[in-house]
Design a protein around this ligand. Sequence first.
Ligand code: ATP
Length: 422
Amino acid sequence: MVIALNKLDKKIFNIVRKVGQSADKHSLPIYVVGGVVRDILLKKDIFDLDFVVEGDGIKLANILARELNLKPIVHSKFGTATLILQDNIRLDFVSARKEVYSYPGALPNVELGKLADDLFRRDFTINAMAIAINQDNFGVLIDKFNGSEDLSSGIIRVLHDKSYTDDPTRILRAVRFEQRLKFSINSHDLGLIKKTLKSKAINSVGQVRYFNEIKKMIVEENALACFKRLRILKAEKIIGARIRLDLKLLSKTISNIKGVKRDKFYQGQYSSWIFLFMAMVSPLSVNSLSKLIKRFGINNHDRNAILHSLKKEGIAQALSQRQLKGSQIYCILNQLPLETILFIRAYTSNKNVNVNIDHYLQRIAKVKLLSDGNDIKSLGNIAPKEIGKIISKLLLAKIDGLVKNKKEELNLAKKIKLDAGL
Ligand code: ATP
């Protein structure tokens, strides 16, 4: 079958043609592969492209980078290189690879191989197709595992029976694609998944790899359906033995977070996975959540935000009064990471809480003093610790509109100093 690549978005088509021509110049067989091919066949919009080169993929990426005046990101160890074009289109180049697993669940040892080897190491038939883009075979579909047939019949199927035990993260991937595409995991695969879940193989994968898949699942349009499916498959234990997903809270957060996302004010300030993760881990104690965070290799900033999210009820309760002063709202929220604050906004249905949070984010958090530590110091003999305290009090006064300019700030500072007997 030949795919009419000229029907792709013009920008994407031109890139594909240019990459194919450069590969031709160096006699390198090259293919578009994986999820991109699936999405091309499904006529979905394409934003990024993955290429497999039979030969040195890094060399080709370097040549293209020179031609396009770009800086390649090279991972020699994995034989991969990435180019990011001006309009943020990402091109990934891989040298065709063959993988050998020393034991189930182990990270594979990678050797140079042919396209067929590269396709055989992939997860599902629908993700294991390639389209040739050299001039003499431009657009030819390579589909050794009948992926296009599974795509038409809506089936998720691995390439061989050992696939889930080789890499149990594929269980999460199967569910993600099934729910995203509204496909069905093939009944034979359901049996393989069940067996894998009962085997030791699920413990042989590093938790960080599971977590990377969970993050991808969380940001899917229908994340909730994915988690429901995991429950039906009894695969929740992959996420962490003690997590019982609170699907109700998850569902509420998912729909509310959409509202928060639509609000222009909040755009682009956070990574979306974190809110749903907070909802997911909501039933856990601080202790088990801390352990989970450690196992998943979550960084310190996100760790801090996630742990604070366990206090959501108390914080929402404190913010639920209507007549709170700005300084009171500030004291409740100022120690919290932005992600925790936005989560509480999505979590609660209480209008006062939302109004107070919006007030905080849009005005209170931006209030700045005109005087600084040196100004306060110049008022007389004050210890550094006391300077900090005076500044905090000044800020609260400014938030409540009690001081407006630097002169008023310094007058109030003098008064605070006197009152404190300093
Ligand atoms: P998305 O549309 O979510 O980006 P994708 O299919 O591009 O989906 P990625 O996770 O970016 O998914 O992976 C790219 C390709 O790499 C997949 O299509 C698949 O062929 C292969 N792949 C990724 N993870 C695995 C895995 N665990 N086992 C085998 N193949 C994988």
